[in-house]
Design a protein around this ligand. Structure first.
Ligand SMILES: [Zn+2]
Length: 450
């Protein structure tokens, strides 16, 4: 039976069933379901027929093995593969080398089918969702779309794709280590005269450390970096900004490792020699060292949102949690900071009468924080230069990479599992999923085929 004949038969069967159930008199909900059921059966028939054409991968009684021995044909093994349109049979020739105990399936190699019993299309969806949601949530979402996969399987697949992402990131970081920023390309070549380089651009680099919970109650610090070009930041309403493009990197290893990844990210972002680098951070020592090592001469800004958290803590200690007086005090001081009056706020902090020892301790820490980072708090100047003063002002700051996926209540990770999922999430957010799970290249052009 040809595929066309099969489809015709399926259509007739469907028609009868639709008439029997009087689907044409039902609501759209039922019609839609009935039509989808037909579509799936037709798709299964089409996939089955394509697989039939691909053959079973029999290539004779024996194949040469890499070990120098022979891979001998064993049998046709049947292994159903879960695809986007249900289970499809995958019968293929199976070869085995007795010398080195490896096996091969030429058909699977030709199809690009992994040893796992899911298709590449299912793998891509699992990876895409696994980057955003807990494994249990992915299981429930996929079940809603008629794809039954257990959360354990989802975890395995997502972690495997994540491991691929981690390895690729590692390779990029290694390659970037010996590279410097390229000179800016010439704007245009003017006949005979000197070519002018393109104008310098400004790159904003955000860095932060986030803790994630490991199994057994330990915590793992994860360092996150984000880079964007200042021009990609647009003001959607007063003091509300949206980023059109931002690239991120993440590392759970030592800070040196993170720096290698951040440098690779800067190169990939397209920064050139002579471009301006602006670094936003919480004032941590490792950030200062990273700047000194990677971007000497960068403009450093103390993230305004970290500063405001501290100002609010002092206000709440002094006037009471959420007291109107606390709000009034904190808001006045933050406004003064935005206008560059750091000295004035520092004096007010020092003079503030605190009710108890704990409150005095918090005030002292904040005073110390201001004294240490005063040179990074010229917010009036940064604002005048149109630079961002707070990473938190941007929807999806770099913590979003870790917190939204890996710090949900009750989540406890193995170190490797955490690394895999963070790498996967990072690649997905950077819009690089295609490099991990390629999109199919085929596109049926109905008009041409007609
Ligand atoms: Zn062998």
């Amino acid at each position: 039976m040809t595929l066309s004949e099969k489809i015709l038969g399926l259509g007739q069967q469907w028609q009868q069933e639709v008439e029997r159930q009087k689907v044409s008199e039902s609501k759209l909900l039922e019609m839609e379901e009935a039509a989808k059921a037909l579509g799936e059966r037709v798709a299964q028939a089409a996939l089955g027929s394509l697989l039939e054409m691909a053959g079973k991968g029999y290539q004779g009684a024996a194949l040469d093995c890499a070990c120098g021995g022979k891979l001998r044909f064993q049998r046709y093994a049947s292994r159903p593969v879960r695809s986007l349109i249900g289970e499809v049979p995958d019968e293929r020739a199976y070869y085995y080398c007795r010398e080195c105990k490896t096996s091969r399936s030429p058909l699977d190699e030709k199809l690009g089918q992994s040893a796992r019993e899911i298709s590449a299309g299912v793998e891509r969806r699992v990876a895409r969702l696994g980057a955003e949601l807990s494994f249990g949530a992915v299981e429930r979402v996929l079940a809603e779309f008629d794809l039954e996969i257990s959360d354990r399987q989802i975890e395995t697949v997502a972690e495997e794709v994540g491991e691929r992402a981690e390895q690729l990131s590692e390779a990029e970081a290694a390659a970037a280590q010996t590279q410097a920023l390229a000179p800016r390309p010439p704007l245009r070549l003017v006949g005979g005269s000197e070519a002018k380089p393109a104008p310098a651009r400004t790159w904003v680099v955000e860095m932060d450390g986030v803790m994630a919970g490991l199994q057994g109650g330990a915590w793992q610090e994860v360092k996150v970096g984000a880079i964007y070009e200042l021009g990609a930041r647009v003001e959607i309403s007063r003091d509300r900004w949206e980023l059109l493009d931002k690239q991120r990197c993440v590392s759970r290893w030592e800070v040196e490792e993170f720096r290698r990844h951040l440098w690779a990210l800067l190169l990939r972002s397209g920064a050139r020699l002579g471009d301006r680098i602006v670094v936003l951070g919480d004032g941590a020592e490792w950030i200062a060292q990273t700047v000194a090592e990677l971007f000497p001469g960068a403009t450093q800004i103390l993230d305004f949102y970290h500063v405001s958290e501290r100002v609010w803590a002092v206000a709440n200690q002094r006037y009471g949690e959420q007291a109107p007086a606390a709000k009034a005090w904190a808001e006045t001081k933050l406004e003064a900071l935005k206008e560059g009056r750091v000295g004035e706020v520092l004096t007010a902090l020092r003079r503030l009468e605190m009710p108890n020892a704990e409150a005095r301790q918090i005030r002292a820490e904040t005073v110390g924080y201001f004294e240490r980072h005063r040179h990074l708090m010229a917010y009036d100047r940064y604002r005048a230069e149109n630079l961002p003063i707070g990473s938190g002002a941007i929807e999806g700051s770099c913590k979003h990479l870790v917190a939204a996926r890996c710090k949900q209540s009750g989540m406890r990770w193995t170190p490797d599992g955490l690394g895999d999922i963070l790498a996967l999430r990072c690649w997905v957010l950077n819009d690089r999923l295609d490099e991990l799970c390629p999109k199919p290249k085929v596109k049926i052009e109905w008009a041409k085929a007609a």
